[in-house]
Design a protein around this ligand. Structure first.
Ligand SMILES: [Zn+2]
Length: 419
């Protein structure tokens, strides 16, 4: 059976080129990035899948008046398995793409798939047959692989051992508020706790890393209110910049010391607390600023609750306020906690076996810095792994997907479906 599936997939190159080409023609850019949203691409995909024999389809339209049709559509396909009562396998890709960026950096039209072969990567390794276009890799590679895997079973008349669900989600590139986050909130019955979710939207060239965890993510913006004065009379003012700088240094070292554990799953293997953006204060050198703003990017090992970190921030902030006679307020434009999926979860084991079978690769579970769609599902207690084999040209000019990776990933996915 595996042999038949693999040769079906190997013979599907014209089909995958057709699908990639049609998807690429329909830019699905978020209104946040100046686009119309996903409607045209989603409607096309729905029709194409139906024509191919994937007929159980369901649309989820998150309202967004800025987008074409007033909606941000996601699409789910169901391929019923022999055992529908047990855990189901989801493969979740996203249909939205980022804008092309600097047009002059593209060697071809970003919205027209171009086939290429030959050439080398920056490190000199040879490049095989590939498809170039915005979205070709991120995330149409994963999308196309999941469709090929499902079609291989359907066309060969094979019923998957577990029910397979393909989810084509909107709004991944801008935070998922109209995508997976909206679906989880508004269609909570869609996922079952024992479902497993593969997200083919991140990986490496070997297909070795299986991402199962991410750090908790906090962005914070600190506003220090002091008292403006002449540069020569600090005694008459309260230097907001000095206080803010003191706070940044104390937070960086104080939080690093207090939340000091290491976890080899992650790289780097510790929590990071970095002062980042600095907003302008006074325009001239001889005025002591009365107000000052800086931001921090914090990536915290999942073992530390975000609340504990915020409590420590408040404690340090109070010290600085007293010392500098200022008041400090802060907001958290991003604040997200993320539960890990266990390295021993059935999904991870199955994925590891299947990747070894197709690619001969030895996989390893990894954690990343945070802020991906996996967190939404993991926080619901649903095992989720981010994996695929990619060159990682996402968001770059001349983005490409290696055809061999689309085929290989489809085989891995098919193995997950028939296990
Ligand atoms: Zn992506």
């Amino acid at each position: 059976m595996k042999g038949k599936i693999f040769s079906f997939i190997d013979n599907s190159v014209p089909l995958l080129i057709e699908l990639e080409t049609e998807l690429c023609k329909r830019p699905a850019i978020s209104p946040d990035a100046g686009g119309e949203g996903e409607l045209d691409k989603c409607v096309f995909l729905e029709g194409w899948l139906k024509a191919q024999g994937i007929t159980q389809l369901e649309r989820f339209d998150a309202p967004d008046e800025r987008a074409k049709g007033g909606v941000r559509p996601s699409l789910a396909a169901t391929i019923p398995g022999k055992n529908d009562a047990g855990p189901r396998l989801w493969i979740m890709s996203h249909i939205d793409v980022v804008p092309p960026g600097e047009a002059s950096l593209w060697k071809s039209d970003p919205w027209t798939v171009v086939q290429a072969d030959g050439g080398t990567r920056p490190d000199g390794s040879p490049l095989g047959p590939r498809l170039i276009g915005r979205g070709a890799e991120d995330n149409q590679q994963g999308l196309t692989s999941s469709v090929l895997a499902a079609l291989s079973l359907i066309k060969l008349g094979i019923t998957p051992s577990r029910t397979v669900k393909l989810l084509f989600a909107a709004d991944e590139e801008n935070g998922s508020a109209y995508g997976i986050a909206w679906i989880i909130k508004n269609k909570p019955e869609l996922f079952r706790k024992d479902d497993m979710v593969l997200i083919p939207d991140g990986g490496d060239r070997e297909g070795a890393g299986i991402e199962i965890a991410e750090k908790n993510l906090v962005w914070a913006r600190f506003v220090t209110h002091g008292l403006q004065a002449h540069g020569s009379r600090p005694d008459q003012g309260a230097n907001a910049h000095l206080a803010g700088a003191d706070l940044a240094v104390r937070l960086h070292y104080g939080l690093s010391e207090k939340f000091a554990d290491h976890d080899p799953l992650f790289e780097p293997d510790y929590s990071t607390f970095q002062p980042t953006k600095k907003e302008a204060n006074v325009p001239n050198i001889n005025t002591i600023p009365g107000e000052d703003v800086f931001c921090m990017d914090m990536r915290i090992l999942p073992r530390y609750p975000v609340k504990a970190v915020l409590t420590e921030i408040d404690r340090i902030k109070t010290e600085v306020e007293a010392k500098h006679k200022v008041t400090i307020t802060y907001t958290t434009p991003q604040c997200m906690e993320s539960k890990p999926t266990s390295a021993d979860a059935p999904l991870v084991k199955l994925l590891s076996q299947s990747a070894a079978e197709v690619y001969g690769v030895k996989t390893k579970p990894i954690g990343i810095g945070g802020g991906t769609v996996g967190a939404y599902l993991r926080n619901e207690g649903i095992d989720s792994a981010v994996w695929c084999r990619i060159d990682d040209t996402a968001h770059q000019p001349n983005e490409y997907a290696i055809i061999g990776n689309i085929l290989g990933d489809a085989k891995v996915m098919a193995l997950l479906m028939i296990d």
